[in-house]
Design a protein around this ligand. Structure first.
Ligand code: KG4
Ligand code: ZN
Length: 336
């Protein structure tokens, strides 16, 4: 079965053709990072405009590179939630037009389910149920993946997402957007014990996250240092931030796995590219006897292949949409 997957929820216009979900015949990603960098973050209107300009070329290239035509596709899958509404609308409307004109089924895909599905591509033997830590620029969730299309949220962030925290701390340290990868690189040269950053306490749910206090602490330390004309060692601060975020994400995931009886842990989302998160989770899983699955770096960020993959599983489960499909900025993964 051949699925065309389309992604436009944030600042990447992406498309991919997959065979039976996990075999990627092509994957094309057009990133807008260079443009948004000038403003220190994603400017929603610019994102929508670039998606509109790029989407036809990206989809055409994905079809060309796969050696297949639109006619060969069994379905067209598209990210419809969550994300920037204007950005999502470009992909949704494009996919609708394409599916209707070609007489193909239209398959709606939840962006977070797509991130999780990147692991099915990388690990063909991986099957639900498992527990998944999803950490990206917009989301930090611990999710029970009950089946390919059924999810239960165990914990989530009360405020900032982990990727957002990485990016805001990076900005305070003078790195360009998106700063997560710069923190990662600088960390390798720093001492994580240098700065004592707060460990957030989240009242009520032991699996929920909170990252805004950590971000504020870093911003304040940098500000106070500049007021006193002292210096912050950027590499040491980067290492301290990365270490703290990794500890927070991993300790809650391990606790949830133990409590809920999961032996398989999966990592997903843009932050899964972070070397500290990966090594901390690897170590914790080895110590606890858990099996760990992580996406390769090429599938950590937003891409069309993960949407085509999840689109396949949705289609097989009978999840399709008609022309009334709309984009939704905020939607729980439990609702798909
Ligand atoms: O999944 P993604 O591409 O977009 C969303 O769905 O949000 O995630 C992007 C986020 C950004 O915050 C970015 O800084 C972060 O993932 N990120 C990283 C690394 N690579 C990407 N954060 C820390 N370390 C990295 N190596
Ligand atoms: Zn994403």
């Amino acid at each position: 079965m051949l699925i065309l997957g389309i992604e436009s929820s944030c600042d990447e216009t992406a498309a991919s053709v997959s065979e039976n979900g996990t075999k990627i015949l092509s994957s094309v990603i057009s990133t807008q990072i260079e443009e948004h960098k000038k403003y220190g973050g994603v400017v929603p209107e610019i994102a929508s405009r670039r998606h509109s300009e790029n989407i036809l070329g990206v989809v055409r290239e994905a079809l060309d590179k796969s050696g297949k035509s639109l006619d060969d596709m069994d379905a067209v899958a598209v990210t419809y939630a969550p994300g920037l509404i204007g950005a999502l609308l470009v992909g949704v409307n494009f996919a609708k037009g394409l599916a209707m004109a070609a007489g193909k089924p239209l398959v709606p895909v939840h962006h977070i389910a797509g991130h999780i599905a990147s692991n099915y591509i990388a690990h063909p033997g991986l099957e639900p149920p498992f527990l998944c830590l999803v950490a990206s620029g917009g989301h930090s969730h611990i999710i029970e993946v009950l089946s390919h299309t059924k999810f239960r949220i165990v914990g989530k962030t009360r405020d900032d997402a982990a990727g957002e925290c990485f990016d805001k701390c990076a900005r305070a340290l003078g790195f360009p957007y998106p700063g997560g990868v710069h923190i990662d690189r600088a960390s390798a040269l720093g001492n994580p014990e240098t700065y004592n950053l707060p460990v957030p306490r989240v009242a009520g749910s032991e699996y929920d996250f909170s990252f805004s206090g950590l971000k504020t602490a870093v911003v304040n330390m940098v500000h106070n240092a500049s007021q006193k004309e002292t210096t912050i060692n950027v590499n040491d601060m980067a290492a301290s931030v990365q270490n703290r975020i990794s500890e927070i994400l991993v300790s809650k995931t391990i606790a949830a796995s133990r409590d809920l009886g999961y032996k398989k842990i999966v990592l997903a989302g843009g932050v899964s590219a972070n070397s500290g998160v990966r090594s901390t989770l690897e170590k914790a899983c080895a110590e606890n006897g858990f099996e760990l699955f992580m996406p390769p770096l090429s599938l950590c960020g937003d891409n069309g292949a993960m949407i085509a993959c999840q689109g396949y599983f949705n289609y097989m489960a009978g999840i399709t949409a008609d022309v009334s499909l709309n984009a939704v900025a905020t939607m729980s993964i439990e609702k798909i």
